[in-house]
Design a protein around this ligand. Structure first.
Ligand SMILES: NC(=O)c1ccc[n+]([C@@H]2O[C@H](COP(=O)([O-])OP(=O)(O)OC[C@H]3O[C@@H](n4cnc5c(N)ncnc54)[C@H](O)[C@@H]3O)[C@@H](O)[C@H]2O)c1
Length: 430
């Protein structure tokens, strides 16, 4: 059977008229909650003005939006919660929580938000809809949530301190998944300030919100790029990663250090996830699979840096989401046996943990292209180029810690994941 046919699942559909209707939905309140109860009865709770929560959509001056109060169980938990409850551990099945997801209009954030909603959690999404890449794709991702209850989107910039304080104060999330960032390694050459504004100042505001509002667990995105000049493969969280090669990587390394400081000073449970090249439906237009697909379908050449000899742990989005959500349910505790004379970078006496999250298979870019060619039924015209400054030639994830923690690891092969992306791409672009 052809790789394309083996794709299996139907990819997410771009909602009918997504781009057209999003503005209407956003004007009404973006992810307007339907007010459905969470007690399993299916009864509609109504507008829930009191004790509902409202917040002004700061970035666009949109009208107030309402968020219904939590389920009785969530409400009780929150009422009982004290700062000492932060390390509550894995919740009981069905014990829904309110989760703030930053970067909710982004590739990974939209998938994570959807998974949390699917399992019954409440989601407050925050994103500034930056124009780093096609904003209509971000709006289309958000439009998927249009009819979902218990979900709200706030258009705000992480670097806006007042906006972030309001979001935490008004929504009081129990957990935070922080995925918003200025991504991309090459864009920093022309736009260095946005990396520090979004990734460092913005992260400080997230940490402060968690600190002051009793958040029980912050899971934040880091990157395999932090390994930088480190050449010991596969990359392990237990190795030092002190030589980032790009500003993007340096800001992510700074996030790891800042999170550790907050874990130490304020007991904030923090887990950093070092993502390895993520791909899949609703993916990023600045990444290889999207760029190659677009070029090949347009009959244009693709640019293969390092003459295609890069190796990457290409990681399918569903595996990433499994990891993010699995880790979110397991706040770290400090390790009493942590040895300051042989300091392990991945763990601490403070409630802090770092995990790699990436496919255990390192694939050469040329093989990635071959799978894509088979899937599209097209031969790529290749511009073979040298290694770019700041590019890391090889990246291979050691995910044994994540597997030990969750009992699972990213496993989707590119022969399955690439066809799923192509199916989505063709559907989305009509
Ligand atoms: N996709 C990958 O392969 C990969 C690899 C390593 C790390 N990561 C990290 O994972 C996270 C998610 O990446 P992604 O691929 O979904 O990227 P993405 O660009 O699709 O999503 C990030 C979202 O954050 C938003 N954002 C950016 N700056 C913001 C700000 N100042 N305030 C509010 N929102 C802001 C953007 O509008 C975007 O929607 C990022 O932190 C990224 O650095 C991704």
């Amino acid at each position: 059977m052809d790789a394309c046919e083996r794709g299996g699942r139907t990819p997410p559909r771009a909602p009918e008229g997504a781009r057209a209707c999003f503005h209407d939905k956003l004007a009404l309140s973006s992810f307007q909650p339907a007010g459905k109860s969470r007690n399993g009865s299916g009864a509609v709770a109504g507008p829930a003005r009191a004790p509902g929560i409202s917040i002004r959509e700061r970035a666009q001056g949109l009208p107030d939006v309402e968020f219904p109060a939590g389920s009785p169980r969530t409400g009780e938990r929150r009422a009982r919660r004290t700062p000492d409850d932060r390390h509550a551990g894995v919740p009981e099945p069905g014990d829904a929580v309110k989760v703030l997801v930053t970067g909710s209009a982004g590739f990974i954030g939209s998938h994570v938000a959807m998974r949390l909603l699917d399992r019954g959690d409440e989601v407050v999404g925050v994103d500034n809809l930056s124009d780093y890449y096609d904003v209509s794709l971000k709006r289309a991702r958000l439009a998927q949530f249009g009819s979902r209850p218990r979900c709200i989107h706030v258009t705000a910039d992480l670097a806006d301190r007042g906006a972030m304080e309001s979001i935490f104060a008004e929504h009081r999330p129990q957990r935070v998944v922080h995925l918003a960032a200025q991504a991309g390694v090459r864009y920093a050459a022309e736009n260095p300030h946005v990396y520090v504004s979004s990734n460092v100042t913005g992260f400080l505001h997230v940490l402060e919100g968690c600190r002051h509002h009793g958040v029980e667990h912050l899971v934040f995105a880091s990157t395999s790029s932090v390994y930088g000049a480190n050449g010991a493969m596969p990359f392990s969280e237990h190795q030092p990663a002190e030589h980032p090669l790009t500003l993007y990587a340096a800001t992510k390394k700074a996030n790891e250090s800042m999170a550790h400081a907050y874990a130490n000073l304020f007991g904030l449970a923090c887990t950093g996830l070092r993502f390895f090249t993520v791909y899949g439906p609703w993916g990023r237009p600045d990444m290889a699979l999207f760029l190659f697909t677009r070029a090949m379908l347009a009959g244009q050449p693709i640019r293969l840096f390092n003459h295609g000899r890069h190796r990457r742990s290409f990681t399918y989005i569903d595996d990433i989401v499994d990891g993010v959500v699995g880790v979110l349910d397991r706040p770290p505790t400090g390790r009493a046996d942590w040895n300051p004379l042989a300091p392990d970078p991945a763990t601490s006496r403070a409630p802090y943990r770092l995990y790699n999250i990436g496919s255990g298979e390192s694939v050469e870019l040329t093989r990635y292209v071959e799978v894509l060619e088979r899937c599209l039924g097209l031969k790529a015209q290749v511009d073979s180029l040298p290694l770019q400054p700041g590019d890391v030639p090889d990246s291979h994830a050691d995910c044994s810690d994540l597997e030990e923690a969750l009992g699972a690891r990213p496993r989707t092969p590119i022969e399955v994941g690439v066809p799923r992306f192509i199916e989505w791409y063709r559907h989305y672009h009509g």
